[in-house]
Design a protein around this ligand. Structure first.
Ligand code: AVJ
Length: 319
């Protein structure tokens, strides 16, 4: 059953109040992506500092045949599911190749943003009229269940763009294990990781000079103001970014520039001066750490693909 907007707003409110009521205040990055957030993320991907998208694009553009081979190798028709598809810039190279080869598959993009899915559906249909596409709007596991109910075919699940990095290590581990348990023997997981590299390169990707990442973070406060009846004053908060090469954690925060009270609907949240709100983790991995996650969550690591710089890795794992 499709959730109503009202239910989704209740959940948004509940999670915001819970996060801002915690000793270490936090908000969840999945809420960044409203209409403005989608546009700002597009701008982030186009920034000179944000190498991630270009690196993964390099893999999809230049290693298309290899990727297609890895996906089609087990044989037979399949559903190509993409978690957090966004605008599918990267995967469209693979989709075009598969369509050209007359591969028997259905593309099932899953995204939390219905807005971006509508655009995606239109664009892909215009580009590839032969493409069989079913858009699924909602949270990953709900929609994976829906995909399983829609068809019994072999599943290839793509989780690109270093989206896995948005989880703490233990959470990433649990997530992969949950995927493993929700798939069947022979199904594949195709998953993108941002690799550890020079700390400055990483920090700059999230601390751009033009301040787009800062706007991206602050936009969530604007969204709370609009959708949950908040009264955040954006001038009273500042974006702060850090990267720890030891753990590979790149984290963003908003810092309260003064002591203040903010109302959200009928709730009041108190901020001390310099108090932080943890916004997002973008975890970076070593090759060994990636192999270990596969092993510990039950998957068999089949193959890896990297860009020319060796900055990004797409791994193919089998259930
Ligand atoms: C979409 C989660 C991969 O962490 O690199 C980019 C989001 N946040 N700049 C990332 C993001 C700030 C991005 N992911």
């Amino acid at each position: 059953m499709q959730k109503t907007d009202e239910n989704q707003n209740d959940k948004f409110y509940k999670e915001v109040v819970e996060g801002l009521g915690s000793p270490q205040k936090y908000l969840q990055p999945k809420y960044f992506y409203d209409k403005t957030g989608d546009v700002l993320f597009q701008q982030i991907m186009a920034m000179p500092e944000y190498y991630l998208t270009r690196c993964e694009l390099d893999i999809f553009k230049n290693k298309t045949a290899g990727l297609a081979k890895a996906i089609t190798a087990p044989g037979g028709a399949f559903d190509l599911i993409e978690l957090g598809a966004g605008d599918a810039t990267k995967s469209s190279y693979l989709l075009e190749y598969l369509v050209e080869q007359q591969t028997d598959f259905t593309y099932m993009p899953i995204d939390i943003s219905g807005n971006i899915l509508t655009v995606l559906d239109e664009n892909l249909k215009a580009k590839m009229p032969q493409l069989d596409i079913v858009c699924l709007e909602g949270e990953y596991f709900d929609m994976l269940g829906k995909a399983a109910a829609l068809s019994p075919r072999r599943k290839v699940v793509m989780f690109l763009g270093a989206n896995i990095g948005n989880m703490e290590l233990e959470e990433a581990h649990n997530f992969c294990h949950d995927l493993y348990r929700n798939l069947n023997p022979g199904d594949l997981l195709f998953i993108g990781f941002d690799l550890k590299k020079h700390p400055d390169t990483i920090l700059q990707a999230y601390n751009d000079k033009a301040g787009i990442t800062s706007k991206f973070n602050l936009n969530l406060l604007t969204r709370i103001n609009r959708e949950l009846g908040g009264d955040f004053n954006l001038e009273d908060f500042e974006h702060y970014q850090m990267y720890d090469p030891q753990t590979g954690a790149c984290k963003s925060f908003l810092v309260s520039l003064r002591e203040q009270e903010v109302s959200i609907g009928d709730k009041t949240v108190h901020f001390k001066k310099d108090e932080t709100v943890f916004m997002e983790i973008s975890q970076k991995f070593s090759e060994a750490e990636i192999a270990l996650i596969a092993e510990e969550t039950g998957f068999k690591a089949l193959q890896t693909f990297t860009d020319d710089k060796g900055w990004f890795m797409d791994a193919v794992w089998e259930v």
